[in-house]
Ligand binder design. Structure first.
Ligand SMILES: Cc1cc2nc3c(=O)[nH]c(=O)nc-3n(C[C@H](O)[C@H](O)[C@H](O)COP(=O)(O)O)c2cc1C
Length: 265
């Protein structure tokens, strides 16, 4: 029996045992059936016609990008992309003399368990390397220098061939105790949900910035975490997003050609 005052062991057991599932029987069972309806049915009510707003238009243009150009990215584009994902938007008074730094995404208990670790290359005025994005200072901290796509990402990401020419891969890592100290095993759900919020921001802001994105859940956890120096009992990558300049038809349509950051490498 796991002790009630042990907030992390139960979810850690699941987390460490959910490496990609190499179960051929399950994968090759054929096409999925029709969507199963769950819950009671009732009479249908027609809804008013919807006029798409700016967010709807970004969402309509979002798609997974699986081919990238080998080109340079302006640092300002990367900065805008990261700030949209997890940046600070406002400081509000918290309990006592504390300040709560509100961000672009909600977070259970305002605990913000995620860390953005980003592999970058071919970015103007920035050395290739692996960086940590610090949203408080809006700075990139260099963790490890050099282009690590072929050495680290190729062997750990199943989708690597799709992003082999991309400019970046953003690993969304969780520090489990930040949230689970308060919410226990249920906090693990919150962490995954929060990573989804960040991923959607990246995908939509990517469209706005003229970037292609690919959300990636298929990676070998142990190897990726080890390459990032994460202690797997305390922290781990839960989601990833590849990004860069989309090649050819994979380029999302841009409404403002002036904002297209595409450049020759
Ligand atoms: C949680 C999650 C994990 C995903 N993991 C992968 C992945 O590992 N490799 C990949 O090529 N696509 C991955 N995708 C992208 C989906 O395949 C894609 O969103 C889906 O086919 C719908 O296409 P669209 O994004 O172009 O609308 C993932 C998407 C989500 C939401």
């Amino acid at each position: 029996m796991i002790r009630l005052d042990d907030p992390c062991s139960l979810s850690l057991l699941f987390h460490l045992n959910s490496e990609p599932w190499l179960n051929d029987d399950a994968y090759h069972r054929g096409a999925p059936g029709p969507h199963e309806h769950v819950g009671p049915s009732g009479a249908a009510v027609s809804l008013p016609h919807v006029t798409p707003g700016p967010l709807d238009e970004l969402a309509a243009r979002r798609r997974s990008c699986r081919a990238y150009e080998r080109a340079q990215l302006p640092l300002a584009t990367v900065a805008a992309f990261l700030a949209s994902a997890y940046g600070i938007v406002e400081a509000v008074p918290g309990a006592g003399s504390t300040r709560l730094l509100r961000r672009t995404v909600p977070s259970a208990g305002g605990l913000f368990p995620l860390e953005l670790l980003v592999f970058l290359r071919r970015v103007d005025d920035l050395d290739d390397g692996v960086y940590r994005y610090d949203p408080v200072g809006h700075v990139l901290e260099l963790l490890d220098g050099g282009d690590q796509f072929a050495t680290v990402l190729a062997p750990t990401l199943y989708a690597y061939p799709f992003i082999e020419d991309a400019n970046g891969f953003l690993a969304i890592a969780a520090v489990f105790r930040r949230t689970q100290q308060k919410y226990g095993p249920r906090g693990y759900r919150y962490i995954l949900l929060e990573a989804g919020h960040v991923g959607q921001h990246l995908a939509l802001r990517g469209v706005e910035l003229g970037l292609g994105t690919l959300c990636i859940g298929g990676f070998t956890d142990a190897a990726l975490n080890a390459s990032l120096g994460l202690d797997v009992r305390r922290a781990g990558v839960v989601y990833g997003v590849g990004f860069g300049l989309a090649r050819g038809d994979d380029h999302p349509p841009t409404s403002d050609p002036g904002s297209d950051p595409r450049r020759e490498g």
